[in-house]
Design a protein around this ligand. Structure first.
Ligand SMILES: Nc1nc2c(ncn2[C@@H]2O[C@H](COP(=O)(O)OP(=O)(O)OP(=O)(O)O)[C@@H](O)[C@H]2O)c(=O)[nH]1
Length: 169
């Protein structure tokens, strides 16, 4: 069974940098599954910075919705895979009015079947005040549940705080 590493933390906490460091431990060609949709110039600039930081040696797959399918398609000879991030994946599913819980179940199945290591990045979004609107509260709750389920099936879990990883599993 290939290791599953789950990395969570706040916005701009250094999660992506940490995830890239963890995946380099495995060597070989790497796959990057991006769940974000570049919808404006600011996001395109962020993505360009991430691509520059990653450097060569990566195959990038952009998949905003079918993450379980992308994990299956990139397995086999694909090498270790970094998924960045589960928060935008969840947000995409909720905006598309997909059954997010069913998709999380499909993600668990895809992770259990992986032959190659996977590092998954997510966000801790529930540490501030309770959001005023119902959609934001539903998203916060879904994100918490998603994180718990992926942490439960992960071999290792790290919380990144101010650029520093804290091993929590
Ligand atoms: N579509 C696409 N998205 C990408 C690519 N590279 C990175 N991203 C996205 O960039 C996002 C992460 O960028 P940021 O918002 O700057 O990171 P952050 O989570 O706030 O900060 P850190 O905790 O420091 O990682 C992820 O959601 C990725 O999906 C790419 O090549 N294509």
């Amino acid at each position: 069974m290939a290791p599953i590493i789950f990395i969570t933390g706040g916005a701009r906490s250094g999660k992506s940098t940490r995830a890239e460091a963890r995946i380099r431990e495995f060597g070989g060609p790497r796959v990057y599954i991006a769940t974000s949709r570049p919808e404006d110039d600011e996001m395109r600039a962020r993505i360009a910075a991430h691509v520059a930081q990653r450097g060569p040696g990566w195959r990038t797959v952009e998949e905003p919705l079918d993450l379980p399918g992308a994990l299956r398609d990139t397995d086999g000879d694909g090498g270790p895979c970094l998924v960045d991030c589960l928060t935008l994946w969840l947000s995409n599913l909720m905006w598309a009015k997909r059954d997010w819980a069913a998709n999380v179940a499909a993600l668990e199945v895809a992770l259990e079947a992986r032959q190659n290591p996977v590092v998954l990045v997510s966000n801790e979004v529930g540490m501030g005040i309770v959001p005023e609107n119902a959609l934001a509260r539903a998203f916060r709750d879904a994100q918490g549940r998603l994180n718990q389920r992926i942490a439960a099936c992960a071999d290792e879990v790290e919380l990144v705080v101010s650029g520093l990883p804290l091993r929590v599993k």
